[in-house]
Design a protein around this ligand. Sequence first.
Ligand code: EGV
Length: 376
Amino acid sequence: MTMHDTVLDNLTQFEYLALNSSYNLSDGHARQELTVGQSEIIDDLPMLWAEAIKRPVEEVEAEAHRAYFALLGQHSYPAASGRVLSCYSSSVAMEIFARSLATSVGTIALVHPTFDNIPDILRGVGLRLVPVEEDQLHDDDLPAELLGAIGCIFVTTPNNPTGRVMSRDRLARLAAQCAEHDVVLTLDTCFRGFAPGAHYDHYAVLEASGCRWVVIEDTGKLWPTLELKVGLLVSAADVGLPLGKVYSDILLGVSPLVLSMVRRFSEDAARGGLADLHRHIARNRAVLRDGLAGVPGVHFPDPDSTASVERVHLGHRFGLDVWSALRPHNVFVLPCQNFHWARPEEGAHSVRIALARPVTSIEIGAKALRSVLLEQ
Ligand code: EGV
């Protein structure tokens, strides 16, 4: 079997293979070391536990939402009850959204490329998908013909893996078009925390547009909290989808301990932790780019990205070959073809490197990657 025949169904199955290895540069979850301030929160967990038992969940939850949205500039988020649904993860929020949408919509436009569990979850509930290229979304108004043929448009911003952020002006224009054509506008903002350009108040723009909108937020990409996180499913008052009903089919609620942690991590981030995190990611990005400098044919297609992941274009080399050659070094990267869910061949010559890791992992990973690339 040649390496091109390696059969894995999706990106997450590649990520599983990396989970136990020392140099896991595969998944986009946060695995850097805790900062001093974050360690203090972990030391306080017994106290947070005791507090979470005593206090009404509604209060603990509202405080967590407030702290998280305030941290990322989302001041106009809907604080009214039922408009922000806390889920175990953003993928659970995604599944609830998709099931709700499928009750009334048949066709959805989706940004291309993006992380493959988004198209997979949407297809899983029977929706028909239409790809919209990232450039098209960011450059121009969408054709009326497209908007007339879909019930929803789904945009990942900042996008995964490209880091591309939809500007305030573009979002306003897209929301206006959605209002005009009665198309639901759904945003996945899971990587928002890393991109200051994504910290303008999206909810003010969405509410002003009058469109039907849904936003999926995520605390899971930012802090190394051992998969303790929440995904938030946020919606317009008149969204016209049974989000609350489907949510109640799946969840009663998330742990108030996790919600208390989210509040404390958000407060720590607001006091300077977020700036520290941005510096950490920028440093790892520089270590990676410097480590691969001068390798023939290699370039970085997303020069302006501040996301916690970085794409590397491998020139003539195949992502799967590079992935295979790195395995004996215990270094795991993510081949990019599945991000290109409509045309996988467009991702065949790229890999994605996770940057939310200790600096030493990036140094060792970059060194191994460099030697593998020079051999191919
Ligand atoms: C990334 C893992 C899921 C996903 C990781 C991710 N896969 N949830 N099926 O959370 O970029 O590596 O988004």
